[in-house]
Design a protein around this ligand. Structure first.
Ligand SMILES: NC(=O)c1ccc[n+]([C@@H]2O[C@H](COP(=O)([O-])OP(=O)(O)OC[C@H]3O[C@@H](n4cnc5c(N)ncnc54)[C@H](OP(=O)(O)O)[C@@H]3O)[C@@H](O)[C@H]2O)c1
Length: 311
C-alpha cells in the first residue's frame, strides 16, 4: 500500500512509501479507502517532532471498504469523513467508528476532507459561549482553515460576527463568509468594537491581549491557536477594560473523543444543506503533499489545502 511517512531527508520531512503493510482494523474500526485528505497547520510541527517513519494524516474522506467487525458504524460502500489520530495520508486507513460521519451525495470528498479538525475546532469552540443568538462574536484569523468555519457557524447560530483578518486583501473573503463587520486590527478600532460575548481566537500574541480588552463582563475567549508561536502578555488590567470576570479557555478541540463522529455528522449535514461551505484554497494530487507545507509557510492560500488520492 502507498502512503506518506516522515523522513528527514525528504521534501518537507516526508516520503511517499510504496510498500506499507495493509491496515489490520480492530473490531471497532472500519477500513476506509481514502479519496481525499486535508493538511492542518499543526501537522508541520508533528512531522518535525516524529521524524522516523511516523505516518501523518488526521483529516480524510473516502469510502468504507469493510464495515467494523463489531457491527458499529456505516456499512460497506458508505461515503464517509474521518477524524483520525494519524495514518490518513495513505490509500487505506482503519478508522474507529466513533470518528466517522456518513456523507450525503451532495458533499464532495474534497469538502468532507476539509471538515474534521478545522470544522470541529470551530464548532466546539463556538459552544464555549453557550447560546450566541443576537450576541456579538469576534473571530480572529477569520479567513484561515478554522476561522472560515468559525465565522460561518457563528453567523448560522444567529450571532453578530466581527471578523479580524490579517490584511485589507482578506476583507472581501471574510465578507463572503457572512461576517457582519471586518477589521484588520483590534487596537485601531478598539473604542468602537465589542464588547464581545465570545471571542474565537486563533492568532495569539498581541491579538489575544487585545481580544481580552474587548470581551464582555463574564464573557469567554476560546483560545485555540497561535500560528506564529508568539509570546502573549496579558495583565489583570486588560480585564479591567470591560471583561470583568471574563474567562480565557485554553481550547483543545479533539476533546471529547467519543463524540467526534457525532460533531462531524453535524458539519457534514450543514454542508449538504448549503448552510456551511468549506473554502478550499488549494487542491493538489496527493503525491504533491510536501509542496503544501511550503505554500502554507508562505501563507500563500486561504482556507483549506486538500489532496486528492488517485491510486
Ligand atoms: N487547539 C486546537 O485544538 C486547534 C485545532 C486546530 C487548529 N489549531 C491552531 O489554530 C491556529 C489556526 O489554525 P488554522 O488551521 O486555521 O491555520 P491557518 O489556516 O494557517 O490560518 C491561520 C489564520 O491566522 C491568520 N494569521 C496568522 N498570523 C497572523 C497575524 N500575525 N495576524 C493576523 N492574522 C494572522 C492567517 O492569516 P493569513 O490569511 O494572512 O495567512 C490565517 O487567516 C493554528 O495555530 C493551529 O495550530 C488549534
Amino acid at each position: 500500500m502507498r502512503g506518506f511517512i516522515t523522513d528527514p531527508a525528504g521534501r518537507a520531512g516526508l516520503r511517499l512509501n510504496e510498500d506499507l503493510p495493509e491496515p489490520a482494523p480492530k473490531p471497532h474500526e472500519a477500513l476506509v479507502e481514502v479519496r481525499a485528505y486535508a493538511v492542518n497547520n499543526d501537522e508541520a510541527t508533528l512531522i518535525s517532532r516524529r521524524p522516523d517513519g511516523w505516518r501523518p494524516g488526521q483529516d480524510a474522506a473516502g469510502v468504507v471498504l469493510r464495515a467494523a467487525a463489531d457491527g458499529s458504524g456505516p456499512a460497506e460502500g458508505t461515503r464517509v469523513a474521518c477524524y483520525l489520530d494519524a495514518e490518513g495520508w495513505a490509500q487505506r486507513v482503519p478508522v474507529p467508528t466513533h470518528c466517522l460521519a456518513a456523507l450525503d451525495d451532495a458533499v464532495s470528498f474534497e469538502q468532507a476532507a476539509a471538515l474534521p479538525i478545522a470544522g470541529l475546532t470551530a464548532l466546539r469552540a463556538l459552544r464555549v459561549g453557550g447560546a450566541v443568538l443576537g450576541r456579538q462574536v469576534l473571530v480572529t484569523g477569520a479567513t484561515g482553515g478554522v476561522g472560515q468555519f468559525a465565522v460561518q457557524l457563528a453567523v448560522a447560530a444567529g450571532a453578530t460576527v466581527t471578523a479580524l483578518v490579517s490584511s485589507p486583501e482578506r476583507i472581501q473573503d471574510a465578507q463572503a463568509l457572512g461576517a457582519h463587520r471586518v477589521v484588520t486590527s483590534l487596537d485601531d478600532a478598539e473604542a468602537t468594537l465589542g464588547p464581545f460575548h465570545l471571542v474565537l481566537e486563533g492568532v495569539g500574541g498581541d491579538v489575544l491581549a487585545a481580544a481580552v480588552r474587548l470581551v464582555a463582563p463574564g464573557g469567554h475567549v476560546a483560545w485555540y491557536g497561535n500560528p506564529g508561536r508568539r509570546t502573549t502578555e496579558i495583565s489583570l488590567a486588560d480585564f479591567y477594560a470591560q471583561g470583568w470576570n471574563a474567562h480565557i479557555v485554553g481550547f483543545i478541540s479533539p476533546h471529547p473523543e467519543q463524540t467526534k463522529g457525532e460533531d462531524l455528522t453535524i458539519l457534514a449535514r450543514l454542508v449538504a444543506d448549503g448552510r456551511l461551505t468549506p473554502h478550499i484554497g488549494l487542491v493538489l494530487d496527493w503525491t504533491r503533499t510536501p509542496e503544501v507545507f511550503e505554500r502554507m509557510a508562505a501563507r500563500a492560500f486561504r482556507g483549506k489545502a486538500v489532496l486528492t488520492v488517485s491510486g
